[in-house]
Design a protein around this ligand. Structure first.
Ligand SMILES: Nc1ncnc2c1ncn2[C@@H]1O[C@H](COP(=O)(O)OP(=O)(O)OP(=O)(O)O)[C@@H](O)[C@H]1O
Ligand SMILES: [Mg+2]
Length: 141
């Protein structure tokens, strides 16, 4: 993964990035997504899920904090910590079993839990581009 800014003009670029990430995913990989409301965190996660071979619909686990999908090449653990109020909630979830586990973890709103991420987590920032269809991607680690 390169530390550079990638422009996406269309959502189809997001599909390519997601499928690439799915191919690279190994057990215990943590992909931390940072980006505003509507930046495309869930959209990217959906493409990763498809790339892993998951056919179930991927919806944001806003109220449950985590959704698990076991249908693909490796498990996908989809976190959305937007509504996390205290970090103890993450500890109560047993987050370490996921972060250091047998699947790929994708974490939306990862800026809220930076201290909990494994040192080798891949941090991706998604920001709005100049047009409504454009997003910018930046690998922070
Ligand atoms: N280039 C693009 N990449 C990703 N999404 C795009 C792009 N252009 C438009 N969109 C649209 O932007 C929206 C992104 O919504 P999405 O739910 O993925 O964002 P999110 O970052 O998960 O937001 P939230 O913080 O609410 O969870 C979708 O409706 C998607 O179709
Ligand atoms: Mg989302």
């Amino acid at each position: 993964m390169k530390k550079e800014i990638v422009k996406t003009v269309k959502e189809s670029d997001m599909k390519i990035i997601g499928e690439d990430l799915a191919r690279q995913a190994t057990p215990g990989m943590v992909l931390a997504l940072i980006g505003d409301l509507g930046a495309g965190k869930t959209t990217l996660t959906q493409h990763i899920a498809r790339g892993l071979g998951i056919t179930q619909p991927i919806t944001s686990p806003t109220f449950t904090l985590i959704n698990e999908y076991r249908e693909g090449r490796i498990p996908l653990y989809h976190f959305d910590v937007y509504r996390l109020e205290r970090s103890e909630e993450l500890e109560n979830l047993g987050y370490e079993d996921y972060f250091y586990g047998d699947g790929l973890c994708v974490v939306e709103w990862a800026d809220k839990v930076l201290d909990y991420l494994p040192p080798e987590a891949k941090i991706l920032k998604i920001t709005y581009g100049d047009t409504p269809e454009e997003r910018r991607y930046q690998w922070l680690s």
